[in-house]
Ligand binder design. Structure first.
Ligand code: SAM
Length: 252
C-alpha cells in the first residue's frame, strides 16, 4: 500500500457475511465491525500501518498532493475544509504552503470514536464530530466550506448520491468536492457490513452501482448542478465536483 496516496480501504479488508441490499437497517449491522477495526487500530497505534497512525496525529503533516492540487484552484489564502466520513482521525494533511487550512471532520460514528480515542490516551489534532454525509444540512449552513472531501467512506454509506449533493451544497460557489474511493467495494468486500455500494467509472462518468445491479450515472444526475471529473489513480477513483455557475436573468 502506498502510504501517501491511497484511498485506504486495504486496511479494512476483512471477511464478513453477505446480507440484504443497502439501506439503513443494513448500514446499522456494519457498526460493530467498523468500531472493532478502529479500536484495534488505535490500541496498536496503527496495526500494520504505524506510519499512517503517526501521520494522522502530526499537526504539521503536509496536505496530500491530490488535495493540494484542488485547493490551489481556489483563490483564497484561508481555506475551510470539511472531511466527511473522516473516521476517528482525519487522513487529511494539516498544512499547505501559502495557505492556512481549517479542517472540520465529521463521521456518523464520531461519538464512539472519540470514546475510543480517549480510552487509548490519544490527542487528535482534529476531533471528529458526529454527522452523516446524508445529513450535512443539520450541521452546517450551505456554502460554509471551500473543499468538501470524502475518502473511502461514502460507498460505506446509506445514500451516496444524496451525500454528494449535500457536499456540493456545503461548498462555496468556487469551492470543490473531492472524492477518493476504491472501485467496486461492495463486490470486493462481498457486501459485508458497510460495503453495500460499487463505485466505478465508465466512459468518463462516475457510476454508483447497487447490489441488485441498478446504477446511477452521477454525471447525469448532477448535470446543471456540477461538472464531474473522474479518473483512476493508484487503483482508486479520484473525482472532483465543481459547481456550475447559475445564470442570473438580465432583469433581476
Ligand atoms: C473505512 S473508514 C474511512 C475513514 C477515513 N475516511 C479514512 O480514509 O481513513 C469509513 C468511514 O465511513 C464512515 N461512514 C459510514 N457511513 C457513512 C455515511 N453515511 N456518511 C459519512 N460517513 C460514513 C464510517 O463510520 C467510517 O468511519
Amino acid at each position: 500500500m502506498t502510504e501517501n496516496f491511497n484511498c485506504g480501504s486495504e486496511q479494512h479488508r476483512r471477511p464478513g457475511e453477505c446480507s440484504a441490499g443497502p439501506g439503513e437497517a443494513q448500514w446499522v449491522t456494519g457498526i460493530d465491525h467498523e468500531l472493532a477495526f478502529w479500536d484495534h487500530w488505535l490500541a496498536t497505534r496503527g496495526d500494520r500501518w504505524p506510519q499512517d497512525f503517526t501521520k494522522r496525529l502530526d499537526p504539521q503533516l503536509p496536505v496530500e498532493e491530490r488535495v493540494a492540487a484542488v485547493l490551489r484552484e481556489i483563490p483564497r489564502d484561508h481555506l475551510k475544509v470539511l472531511d466527511v466520513g473522516a473516521g476517528p482521525l482525519t487522513v487529511l494533511g494539516k498544512v499547505m504552503p501559502g495557505k492556512t487550512l481549517e479542517i472540520t471532520a465529521v463521521d456518523p460514528l464520531a461519538d464512539a470514536y472519540n470514546a475510543l480515542i480517549d480510552r487509548h490516551g490519544i490527542t487528535p489534532p482534529v476531533r471528529t464530530r458526529k454527522g452523516f454525509g446524508e445529513q450535512l444540512h443539520e450541521l452546517f449552513a450551505p456554502g460554509t466550506f471551500d473543499l468538501a472531501h470524502a475518502q473511502n467512506c461514502l460507498d460505506h454509506g446509506i445514500d451516496p448520491l444524496t451525500a454528494f449533493r449535500n457536499m456540493l451544497d456545503m461548498i462555496r460557489p468556487d469551492g470543490r468536492v473531492l472524492l477518493f474511493h476504491r472501485e467496486n467495494e461492495g463486490i470486493e468486500e462481498n457486501y459485508a457490513g458497510f460495503h453495500q455500494w460499487n463505485f466505478t467509472e465508465r466512459d468518463g462518468a462516475f457510476i454508483i452501482g447497487a447490489r441488485d445491479g441498478t446504477e446511477v450515472n452521477v454525471d447525469d444526475a448532477l448535470r446543471g448542478i456540477a461538472d464531474v471529473e473522474t479518473r483512476r489513480v493508484n487503483g482508486c477513483l479520484l473525482t472532483v465536483l465543481r459547481r456550475v455557475a447559475v445564470a442570473v436573468a438580465a432583469n433581476e
